[in-house]
Design a binder for this molecule. Sequence first.
Ligand SMILES: Cc1cc2nc3c(=O)[nH]c(=O)nc-3n(C[C@H](O)[C@H](O)[C@H](O)COP(=O)(O)O)c2cc1C
Length: 177
Amino acid sequence: MPILVGHATAKGSTRGIAEHIATGLDRAGEVVDFRPLADVTSVREYETLVVGSAIHNGQWLTEATAWVERLGPALTGRALWAYSVSSVGATSTILSPRLARYLRRVTPEPRAVQTLRSTADVRDHRSFAGAIAPGDWPGFGRIVFRVMGGRYGDARDWNDIDNWVAAIRADVVRDRR
Ligand SMILES: Cc1cc2nc3c(=O)[nH]c(=O)nc-3n(C[C@H](O)[C@H](O)[C@H](O)COP(=O)(O)O)c2cc1C
């Protein structure tokens, strides 16, 4: 059975992470279905799903949240690995390190992930830092971004993502036995 690697992205950094996850699983010998969540209309053929979204205003993107609401009930008992891509990852950040430490402590899980926990067998939810370019954050948000010590650039921690992929793969192999 293929593993679904699904994503929702606004500016592309989440798609890049999803591609990296899909490539890692593929190299390890898994059959992978790499797709934008908006294109996934059924989960019947997946026993394992790796599903994530960029974060806007603390939540998964609208299409990812809609996907969870639509297909959540069909995910009962399926192994699911969730990831969120924002300014602050578990191991890297595009904000100031001090603010990132604070935000890691106080930021609640996105509602879509909480919803997933009520149906799917959520094995883990991982936060990754993404990337941001001038102009990505519109209007007043740009000023807030600067005040928060934000620096334009790419903060994706590929090592952390590789380690997560290895954990998923080990889990898939364990389940198969
Ligand atoms: C409109 C907008 C709102 C955002 N809101 C948040 C937020 O609430 N928290 C956060 O940590 N990052 C926030 N970000 C930063 C993005 O999550 C980050 O740049 C991520 O890498 C975007 O992923 P993407 O390139 O796949 O769209 C926001 C970015 C934009 C453009």
